[in-house]
Design a protein around this ligand. Structure first.
Ligand SMILES: [Zn+2]
Length: 454
C-alpha cells in the first residue's frame, strides 16, 4: 500500500477537477509513479465505505458490465490528513475560482490512476474527455401519463439544459453551444448525427467535452488553432529542422485552410472512432436496461425500502449477476418473440416481489453512475514509413482509424465510475419533477423546441 504524507507534497501539482474529485498529477522522480494521477474526493459518503471500496466497485461491477478493455486498475493509496490540508493550500490558486469553496475532504479517498492525457508519451497524445450523459428516452410504464409524451420526445439532457438556461440567460456562449447539441445524436450510431453533435461541440465547446494535449488542458478558445497541429505534427517536427522559410510556408498553408477545415478534419476522425468502437452503444444499452422503471418508478421504491446496505461488494456482484441473467433471458426471449414487451417495464408481473424491487433500486444506482461517466478518447498520429505502411508507437493498443490520408492510433477508457449514493434518489426525483414542470410549461406556451430522436 502506498502512503502519501507531507513529505510528498512537492511531487503533486493541480491537474483538473469535476464535481466530486480533484485530480493531481505527478511531477516527481519516482519512475513507478510517473504517468499517474492522484484522485482525491471532495465529499465522502455518509455511510463509511471500507477502504478500497471504490476500486472494488470499479473493478468488479463496472468492469464486468462494460468490459475490461475500457477500465484499468485503480490503486487505492493512503494519504494523511496533513497531506490533504497542505495540498488544499498549495493548489488553491490553481483551481477555477467557482470551485474553490469546496475543499478536498480531510478523510478523502485517494487513488492512483493512469494519466490518460499522456497515454502515448513520449509520443504526442491528444485526449478528448467526453461526458456523454443520458443516451435514451425512457419508456417506463411508471411514468405519470401527463409526462409520457414529453419524456418520449425530449431527452433528459436537452430538457435539463432548457431549465438551466432559464437561470443562465446571460451565459450566451453556453446557451448557444448547447442549442444544437443533443447527446442522443452522439449515441445514435448514425455517422451523420454523430457528426452533427461533434461539429456543434467543437465549434462552440461546452462543459461536456474537454481537450488535453500532452497532459495539458487546452482552453476552448485555442481549440481551432490547435487542431492543425494534430494533422501536421510529424510534418512540423521535420520542418522545424529546416529553414524558417519552409516553416512559414507550412504555417501559411495551415491558416489558408481556414478553421472550419480543421474542425471538419477533427470531426471526421472522431466520427470514425465513435462508429468503430462500441463504447457508446454499450453505455446506452446498459443505462437503459438498468433503468427500466425511470426515477418516477424508482422513487416510490426508495420511499418503501429506504437506503440499502452498500458496503458489501459481494452483494453488488450478486446484483450484476441477476441483471446479466435477466438480460440473457430477455435476449433469448426476443429471439423467439420479437414483440416481447421489455420496454414497458419488464418485471411488472413481479412488482409485489420485494426481491425484484430491491434489485431494481440497486440497478438504478448503477445506471446513474453510467449516465455520469466520462469517456476518454486518447489518440496519436500513426507514422507512415517509406513503404507506405503505418508504423505505430510501441504500445499494446492497435486500434487505428484513417481519415483524409491521416492515420491515428486510438484508445478508449471510461473514468468517473464511482458508486452513487442512495440519498441522491430523492434529489434526482425532485430534479426530474422540476425539469418536467418547466418543460411542460414551455410546451404549453407553444415553445416546442427540438424533438430528440432515440
Ligand atoms: Zn436531446
Amino acid at each position: 500500500m502506498i502512503h502519501l504524507s507531507c513529505q510528498h507534497i512537492h511531487d503533486w501539482t493541480y491537474f483538473t477537477e469535476g464535481n466530486a474529485h480533484v485530480i493531481l498529477k505527478y511531477s516527481g522522480n519516482d519512475p513507478t509513479l510517473a504517468g499517474y494521477v492522484l484522485r482525491l474526493t471532495k465529499n465522502i459518503s455518509d455511510q463509511q465505505l471500507p477502504d478500497g471500496f471504490h476500486t472494488d466497485f470499479r473493478q468488479h461491477i463496472i468492469t464486468t458490465l462494460l468490459g475490461s478493455k475500457y477500465l484499468d486498475h485503480m490503486i487505492h493509496v493512503q494519504v494523511t490528513p496533513e497531506f490533504i490540508k497542505t495540498i488544499n493550500d498549495k493548489i488553491h490558486n490553481d483551481r477555477p475560482s467557482k470551485r474553490r469553496s469546496v475543499l478536498i475532504h480531510p478523510s478523502s479517498h485517494a487513488s492512483l490512476m493512469k494519466n490518460w492525457t499522456l497515454y502515448y508519451a513520449p509520443e504526442d497524445t491528444w485526449t478528448f474527455e467526453l461526458k456523454p450523459k443520458w443516451g435514451f428516452l425512457p419508456k417506463s410504464v411508471h411514468i405519470d401519463k401527463k409526462h409520457q409524451q414529453l419524456k418520449r420526445t425530449k431527452c433528459r439532457f436537452c430538457m435539463h439544459q432548457r431549465l438551466r438556461q432559464q437561470h443562465d440567460t446571460t451565459d450566451n456562449m453556453k446557451s448557444s453551444a448547447l442549442h444544437d447539441y443533443c447527446p442522443l445524436d452522439l449515441y445514435s450510431d448514425n455517422p451523420q448525427r454523430i457528426r452533427k453533435a461533434l461539429t456543434s461541440s467543437l465549434t462552440q465547446p461546452h462543459n461536456y467535452l474537454k481537450l488535453f494535449h500532452n497532459g495539458q488542458l487546452v482552453p476552448h478558445t485555442h481549440w481551432r488553432s490547435t487542431f492543425p497541429l494534430l494533422f501536421n505534427h510529424q510534418q512540423q517536427q521535420q520542418q522545424q529542422q529546416y529553414s524558417g522559410q519552409t516553416c512559414a510556408k507550412i504555417s501559411t498553408t495551415t491558416v489558408g485552410m481556414g478553421h472550419d477545415h480543421w474542425i471538419n478534419m477533427m470531426v471526421d476522425v472522431l466520427v470514425k472512432i465513435l462508429t468503430e468502437d462500441p463504447i457508446l452503444k454499450i453505455l446506452k444499452r446498459l443505462q437503459q436496461s438498468l433503468d427500466e422503471y425511470d426515477v418516477e418508478g424508482i422513487y416510490p421504491l426508495y420511499q418503501k425500502y429506504g437506503q440499502q446496505p452498500t458496503h458489501d461488494i459481494n452483494h453488488w456482484k450478486y446484483i450484476v449477476e441477476q441483471f446479466m441473467g435477466r438480460e440473457l433471458q430477455q435476449n433469448l426471449n426476443d429471439g423467439h418473440k420479437k414483440n416481447l414487451d421489455r420496454d414497458k417495464g419488464t418485471g411488472l408481473k413481479n412488482m409485489d416481489d420485494e426481491k425484484e424491487e430491491l434489485q431494481r433500486l440497486y440497478e438504478y444506482l448503477i445506471s446513474m453512475t453510467l449516465k455520469d461517466c466520462s469517456v476518454m478518447i486518447c489518440m496519436t498520429k500513426g507514422i507512415r514509413n517509406r513503404q507506405g505502411d503505418t508504423a505505430l508507437p510501441s504500445t499494446t493498443s492497435r486500434a487505428m482509424v484513417e481519415s483524409s490520408g491521416h492515420c491515428f492510433q486510438y484508445h478508449i477508457k471510461v473514468v468517473d465510475v464511482d458508486m452513487k449514493k442512495w440519498n441522491k434518489i430523492p434529489f434526482w426525483f425532485d430534479l426530474d419533477k422540476r425539469i418536467i414542470q418547466y418543460n411542460l410549461q414551455q410546451e404549453q406556451q407553444q415553445r416546442h423546441g427540438q424533438i430528440c430522436l432515440d
